[in-house]
Ligand binder design. Structure first.
Ligand code: NAD
Ligand code: LMR
Length: 338
């Protein structure tokens, strides 16, 4: 559909909010791992996003069926499936945003780091292709362990050069989504109004929700804050155990991934004040990568925002998470530079 026909469609008000009278730009989004547990619902949600004009779905298995299925939906984007390594370049060419949910998920009893041996190689290969075919795209890294896969991607991009840290994001939105849901339930406030920053990384104690900054404010006890923090940190494990060997979070992750990709697209399109938490190259702490609030813009990261005032409990959590996060980052760097 042309931009002209979009402008006259019933959803054009929504499309145009924040753009004044400018047309909606063409934007290509590529999903790597599109036929997986996350990939399928995430691709569906990207197909529903009016900011997307071209949706490229790549996987090493089952892509044709998923792409054919999604392509019948009568929304703006044109969908093309890419099914083999030989087609990866075409899937990536011209991409504005590349979302990566490729790789194996956890089973009960595993940590995210237990996925390193398989997923590190998958992510490295995909990032080498990204460096060749769409070096200017914004990368949304979902594959675990995010605390290591993002540093792996950075090293791959450095080797291929030039590396632009503003374009590389570890997706930690699911931690924020969980923190908001759990906080709303405990604080008895409307979930749609809740905001909670989540900083650090994306594994166990490296996930640090800042409930002292949560809004709307609520008078929660120290015990309640401790329980909320622990539940947010263990949210992934809660789902892994409930799925009992059939994988990890897919539907909530697809939702979270769609929110983050939408924020990237809005930033690219010049919408002001788009802020999300993400695991990015950072000087907020002494660690080279750290999740915190990030302002998104036309070049990706416009500004990495500071942590703001922390409670004593959060300060303690911050110091506790640093050694684990540091070692996960170093493990990724070592893998990619060897
Ligand atoms: P899944 O096994 O259902 O799907 C993974 C898909 O990746 C499969 O379709 C597979 O064919 C594909 N794949 C494997 N190697 C590939 C390659 N080289 N190129 C392209 N595709 C490839 O797994 P899932 O449940 O969708 O989870 C995917 C990853 O996302 C896991 O590593 C999981 O731990 C992670 N995850 C991250 C978060 C987060 O918050 N960042 C949340 C949930 C899951
Ligand atoms: C999550 O937080 O749900 C994901 O990182 C998947 C997992 O292994 O927990």
């Amino acid at each position: 559909r042309s931009i002209k026909s979009l402008a006259t469609s019933p959803s054009s008000h929504i499309l145009r909010r924040g753009y004044a009278s400018e047309a909606v730009p063409q934007r290509k989004v590529t999903v790597l791992g599109a036929a997986g547990g996350i990939g399928q619902p995430l691709s569906l949600l990207m197909k529903l996003n009016p900011l997307v004009s071209n949706l490229a779905l790549y996987d090493i298995a089952n892509t044709p069926g998923v792409a054919a299925d999604i392509s019948h939906i009568n929304t703006r984007s044109e969908v093309v499936g890419y099914a083999s390594d030989a087609e990866l370049g075409k899937a990536l060419e011209g991409a504005d945003v590349v979302i990566i949910p490729a790789g194996v998920p956890r089973k009960p009893g595993m940590t995210r780091d237990d996925l390193f041996n398989i997923n590190a190689g998958i992510v490295k290969g995909l990032c080498e292709a990204i460096a060749r075919h769409c070096p200017k795209a914004l990368i949304n890294m979902i594959s675990n362990p995010v605390n290591s896969t993002v540093p792996i991607a950075a090293e791959v991009f450095k080797k291929a050069g030039p590396y632009d840290p503003k374009r590389l994001f570890g997706v930690t939105t699911l931690d924020v989504v969980r923190a908001k849901t759990f906080y709303a339930g405990k604080a008895m406030v409307p979930v749609a109004e809740v905001n909670v920053p989540v900083v650090g990384g994306h594994a166990g104690i490296t996930i640090l929700p800042l409930f002292s900054q949560a809004t709307p404010k609520a008078n929660l006890s120290d015990e309640e804050i401790t329980a909320l923090t622990k539940r947010t940190q263990d949210g992934g494990t809660e789902v892994v155990e409930a799925k009992a060997g059939k994988g990890s979070a897919t539907l909530s992750m697809a939702y979270a991934g769609a929110i983050f990709a939408d924020a990237c697209l809005k930033g690219l399109n010049g919408v002001p004040d788009v802020i999300e938490c993400s695991f990015v190259q950072s000087t907020v702490t002494d660690l080279p990568f750290f999740a915190s609030k990030v302002r998104l813009g036309k070049n990706g990261v416009e500004e990495v925002l500071g942590l703001g005032p922390l409670s004593d409990y959060e300060k303690e959590g911050l110091e506790k998470l640093k050694p684990e996060l540091k070692s996960s980052i170093e493990k990724g760097i070592k893998f990619a530079t060897q």
